[in-house]
Design a protein around this ligand. Sequence first.
Ligand code: FMN
Length: 153
Amino acid sequence: MSSIIFYSTKKGFGKKVSGYIASESADIVEIIDQKDYDTENYNNVIFVSSVYAGQMKKGFKDFFNKVAENKKENQKFYFVMVAGQEENYKKFFNDNLPDKEKYIDDFFYAGYSYDFEKMNFFEKFIIKKIVKIDKSKEDFRKENLDSLVKKIG
Ligand SMILES: Cc1cc2nc3c(=O)[nH]c(=O)nc-3n(C[C@H](O)[C@H](O)[C@H](O)COP(=O)(O)O)c2cc1C
């Protein structure tokens, strides 16, 4: 079984999550300027995205739509959400990728990292005000990903 992970990150937590899922059994590709990718030979295609102000990166959404169009019948697609608000993670998917839930075989919530070292002044201000924390905090929900790791292992 072969697997590929496509991730979109701003501060790096999505990359860490992807590395955990992949261990040694999957290819990992960061979505930056990627327009399309030949996924035909993969049994499992995994998408990892974080959200900022409820939004995924446009490049990631465009990429997802392209790859989803080419989904094969024998392939599984999995979506891993990186976000501070666990309660909204499915909503973030549906708001950003309307009517695309049908392509996803299973959803996973990976947790979050608020890294004050990597935030600019404005981001720190927002996080202090809204999340009410003033230093770095991480909640990596590895246990939520274990069934995915098993599926692709
Ligand atoms: C400025 C800012 C805005 C954010 N907005 C949201 C949000 O609207 N909803 C949410 O659930 N998480 C939000 N987050 C949390 C991020 O999704 C979280 O920090 C995530 O781990 C970032 O992943 P990355 O390092 O892969 O970019 C925000 C974080 C920052 C710094």
